[in-house]
Design a binder for this molecule. Sequence first.
Ligand SMILES: C[S@@+](CC[C@H](N)C(=O)[O-])C[C@H]1O[C@@H](n2cnc3c(N)ncnc32)[C@H](O)[C@@H]1O
Length: 332
Amino acid sequence: MGERKLLKEYKRLWQARKWMKKNEPFLQAWHAHLGYSLDLFKTFQVPNTPQMIAERYGYRLDLLERWVEVGVALGHLKEKRGGKVQAKKSMVTYLSKDSDQNVGVLLKEMMELHIPTMLTYRNLLQGTEVKILEEDIGYTVAETSGLLESVMFPKIADVVKKQKVKSVLDVGCGHGGYLHRLHQKFPDIKVNGIESNKEVQKLALKEAKGTNISIIEADFMNYVDQDQYDLLMMNNLLYYFTFEDRLRLFKRARKLLQPKGHLLIMSPLARSKHGQRFASGFNSFMSAHEDMYPVPTQKELTSYAKQSGFSLVTCTPVIREGGWYILVFKKK
Ligand SMILES: C[S@@+](CC[C@H](N)C(=O)[O-])C[C@H]1O[C@@H](n2cnc3c(N)ncnc32)[C@H](O)[C@@H]1O
């Protein structure tokens, strides 16, 4: 074989290797997701043989053995004596269903919603309708958004303190995590939430039992409130609204705010300085769904603000790798 031809073949092999390597992290997510969804890490919290577990739960032994092999290769599981294996402690802590530290819902969202959606792109692009499985998406999305609370909340608390906020309305409050944190830190302020998904609102209401946090089931677009608030929040909400509706959203927000009240928006921003990879991937997912829309750019938000009587006070990157910002606007 001529030298040039050989070189060409090696280059081709190198490219194939590159894509193989790029796909390798998927194995980790696959393994973790399966382990979480069947609670296998919990099952292997104490040393067990795959055979014992397969018999106990009626699983196919050959497939369980493969999952175990992958787990050992990835370091998610450790080999013990007598053919037994044990899950690594962190896998049990963060990926067991009964652990209050578990992050399994994020894997669920990625593996059951985002990846399947991305795989439908070929058909969608060509105009074929595809039904994406959306079982309990409301619960899943509200839960994964809640994972950001510990990082985002201090920034919200700063605004509440600085602006001497006495009342807050959280629009699309999900399971009400921010409302709880606000109530705990500032017990004297009024904290209300509205949530359009009935199941999500029901759960939020249950969590708020025994407090004076109010959580109403309502679509913000038709929501009527006698009160006016010092602060209105829209956290991870904008992608539910078309570009035209976002301007209406700002106008509605303005009506519900006290003079000089503030509007706080938390969202990934498209084409921003930080997190472009994440935001562009996120937008690909959003556009593949009928009722979801791309996240905004900062320019777009400031234009809505201008048209609806707000001025931008701050725009702070909070999670740079995800392009997540908090923008604070003041009612003029
Ligand atoms: C992604 S979750 C975010 C939850 C919470 N704000 C957070 O950041 O953790 C967005 C929530 O907004 C709710 N939502 C969407 N459109 C709404 C509307 N028009 N009015 C009220 N809530 C809405 C959804 O049901 C969902 O629970």
